[in-house]
Design a protein around this ligand. Structure first.
Ligand code: ZN
Ligand code: FE
Length: 240
């Protein structure tokens, strides 16, 4: 089983520290910066075994090479994007296994935000690290992929068990919530969620991980009934 620890980076990024309870081996997803990661690692035993990269954007890979050198960590990322990622020690694709100690996971290819985007899903630990594909109450912008690609990727993620903890790449929940409420102002679930989100932010705490079961019932992008609705919603969110 994995413990998950969000590490705030830059303005609104999170890297995710995954700690295998049985072996104390660790993985770090999407490190943009070295110093915040080093500060947490010094409190969790000082070891970093794996760096897992969801996609090539600098706010997800910025400190990968430096941390790999300092800690001797193995860098894992998408084979399809090896040419534009930091130098990979392991290039992976759809269905490939990843292990952090005794916690095993699998790679899911989820194009949309970028064409080479991947997610890491640890079924037994009920952890999904989804980078900039799925956000709490939102989804990633379509920088490279099509609406159709993203819609299919989100459908796959939404089919995972509702107990799954969703570890996203950004703290965008408040703005996503404002957008969702602008389309559906009387939605009782969204209004209840707003209380929780506000309390967390006022206490300086992350709103993540989110619970996939909540996202399935509240995230407008997961609730979109078809591709056309999804594409319109994504375009409206770009202008919001
Ligand atoms: Zn990105
Ligand atoms: Fe990002």
């Amino acid at each position: 089983m994995l413990d998950v620890i969000p590490i705030p980076m830059r303005t609104d990024n999170y890297a995710w520290l995954l700690v295998d309870q049985a072996t104390a081996r660790t993985g770090l997803v999407d490190p943009a910066e070295a110093a915040p990661a080093a500060a947490i690692l010094s409190r969790t035993g000082g070891r970093l075994d794996y760096i897992l990269l969801t996609h090539h954007h600098d706010d997800h890979v910025g400190a990968a090479a430096l941390l790999a050198r300092d800690y001797g960590a193995v860098i894992i990322g998408a084979a399809a994007d090896a040419h534009r990622l930091p130098k990979l020690d392991r290039a992976v694709g759809e269905g490939n296994a990843v292990e952090i100690g005794e916690s095993d996971g699998v790679v899911m290819v989820t194009p949309g935000h970028t064409v080479g985007h991947i997610c890491f899903y640890f079924a037994r630990s009920q952890v999904l690290c989804c980078g900039d594909t799925l956000f709490s109450l939102g989804c990633g912008r379509l920088f490279e992929g099509t609406a159709s690609m993203m819609f299919a990727s989100l459908r796959r993620l939404a089919s995972l068990p509702p107990e799954t903890r969703v570890c996203c790449g950004h703290e965008y929940t408040e703005h996503n919530l404002a957008f969702a409420l602008s389309r559906d102002p009387d939605n009782a679930r969204l209004l209840a969620r707003r209380k929780v989100v506000r309390a967390r932010r006022e206490a300086g705490q992350p709103t993540l991980p989110a619970l996939l079961g909540d996202e399935i019932l509240e995230n407008p992008f997961l609730l979109a009934p078809d591709l056309e609705h999804f594409a319109n919603l994504r375009a409206a969110r770009d202008r919001f």
